[in-house]
Design a protein around this ligand. Sequence first.
Ligand SMILES: [Zn+2]
Length: 292
Amino acid sequence: MGKGHPECPERLAAIQDRLIAAGLWDYLLHVDAPPALREQIERVHCADYLDDLARRSPAVGTVQLDPDTAINAYTLRAAYHAAGAGIKAVDLIMSGRAQNAFCAIRPPGHHAERARSMGFCFFNNVAVAAQHAMDAYGLERVAIIDFDVHHGNGTEDIWAGDPRVLMVGIFQHPFYPYSGDIPKGSNMHNVPLPRASTGQQFREAVCEQWLPRLNEFAPEMLFISAGFDAHLEDDMGSLGLVEADYAWVTRQLMKVAEVHSSRRIVSMLEGGYELSALGRSVAEHVRVLTGE
Ligand SMILES: [Zn+2]
């Protein structure tokens, strides 16, 4: 993205460092992400959009696609691998080789609409993965859970009105990308929270709004847009979550997956820009996913 941009490579290093420090690293199965196939991405993005991205991808330097989203010679390659991570995770889980997966990926995806990159996102990774689960394995109901501080406008754009998908989201509002307060479909359960909302308010919203909706929908697989920028220490947003809240919400989602989804969860990194808080939050999220 260019020097000084918050969506930086050090984010993944911070996650790795913290997983090692927490004693989790050696306990996990690590799998490299192959690139997604173009046809797998085309299931949720327009062909014209993919062509346009390829055309604007520079041989050297960076090109701004919007005021905060830049593309360089390596961006699309990384984006294909980020989307491929979710596909690989679905395959590992559906073949019984893993119960759940966390994809430590960049660039993130939930702002990417069917035909538009924005907010550091190019391909909607979680949408590509969930579409793969439906197409390759015949799943008929999947849930997307998004707890990034920003509304997942891209995922909503792709799936609003699709009865196979339930999306539940909690995000700061009013705030970038200034959408989500009026859901675009009845399958979109959006919970806007005012700035300075606490972990307690987040938990109440999950219990009162997400969990009844998820249990009623009975998804066959859960996909988490796991952004950690609602952390108290992350000044990208102004919510007050801490590591314990991420552990708690992960535990609630594990319970939903245990009842309805044969424990199948694919969690994919979205935001989270304060490096220490990001590492600590992901470590708690992953620790709970391991069943600890
Ligand atoms: Zn975010």
